[in-house]
Ligand binder design. Structure first.
Ligand code: MF3
Ligand code: CO
Length: 253
């Protein structure tokens, strides 16, 4: 069942989502060689709690931290560690919060120092693919239009889309219907309607699409060891098109 949100509920989702965007922006700015992902996690948790919100991932199915921090070939759900980041790494930062009963969820992948050209391309194409997916968010459109647009953009650049993980509806729960695959034919699945709120989150690999799980039970890595990137926004379906909720107030992108 897909839950459509009222304007008042959308306002609450926006508040949670803006906090996510602001905290991600702050911790992304901390990323540098020598910084550990546990340092980023601690900063994120403090910022979230100081704002009167709760980390959404911490304790979710036993997940131990506020952020997911996925380095290089890690696709998603990397657990923060003391291991310092090194120049040339890429790191995906994924975070959700709950505030006033509603969730926001977003992810970015950023470079650590100078990175190889193909890695920079991966970040750019993955972020663009999220934008292409978001462009498909319109009244009367269908859920699979989103994944189709993402896949087309990714594959046009010679990268591959991860199949095992999908985007999701979001609202008073972190994960709601519908599931949003990042690939497939257009014109399938539920019709998009006013007040739906969607977490769209392409995961893109330089090599083959296949992933495997590490023995920690959380971290998904590429099977072939190739680099992977992840971007995510929480987006509302409105009469006038997509409304990206996870965007810092100061931000125009
Ligand atoms: N953005 C991811 C998702 O929507 C992160 C979830 S991490 C978890 O599934 F710890 F909460 F599982
Ligand atoms: Co998500």
């Amino acid at each position: 069942m897909i839950v459509c949100k009222s304007p008042a509920e959308l306002e609450k989702m926006r508040a949670a989502s803006v906090l996510v965007a602001e905290v991600l922006e702050e911790i992304a700015a901390m990323v540098a060689p020598g910084v550990s992902t546990l340092d980023l996690d601690a900063a994120a948790e403090r910022l979230v709690r100081d704002a009167g919100a709760q980390p959404a991932f911490k304790g979710y199915r036993g997940y131990p931290n506020t952020i997911c921090a996925s380095v290089n070939e890690q696709v998603i759900h990397g657990i923060p560690s003391k291991q310092p980041l090194a120049a040339g790494d890429i790191i995906s930062l994924d975070m959700g919060v709950k505030m006033n009963g509603f969730f926001g969820d977003s992810a970015v992948t950023v470079p650590v120092g100078a990175i190889p050209e193909r890695a920079a391309e991966l970040l750019l194409v993955t972020r663009e693919s999220l934008d292409k997916g978001i462009e498909q968010v319109r009244l009367g459109g269908r859920v699979s239009d989103i994944g189709h647009a993402i896949q087309a953009h990714v594959e046009a650049h010679g990268f591959s889309v991860v199949r095992e993980f999908v985007g999701h509806g979001i609202g008073a729960s972190l994960h709601e219907d519908p599931q949003i695959a990042n690939y497939g034919d257009p014109g399938r699945g539920p019709r998009l309607a006013e007040g739906m709120t969607l977490a769209i989150e392409p995961m893109v690999n330089v090599g083959k699409p296949h992933v495997k799980m590490l023995s920690d039970g959380w971290t998904a890595v590429t099977r072939d060891g190739s680099l992977s990137a992840h971007f995510e926004h929480t987006v509302a379906v409105t009469k006038s098109g997509p409304l990206v909720l996870t965007r810092a107030a100061s931000h125009v992108r």
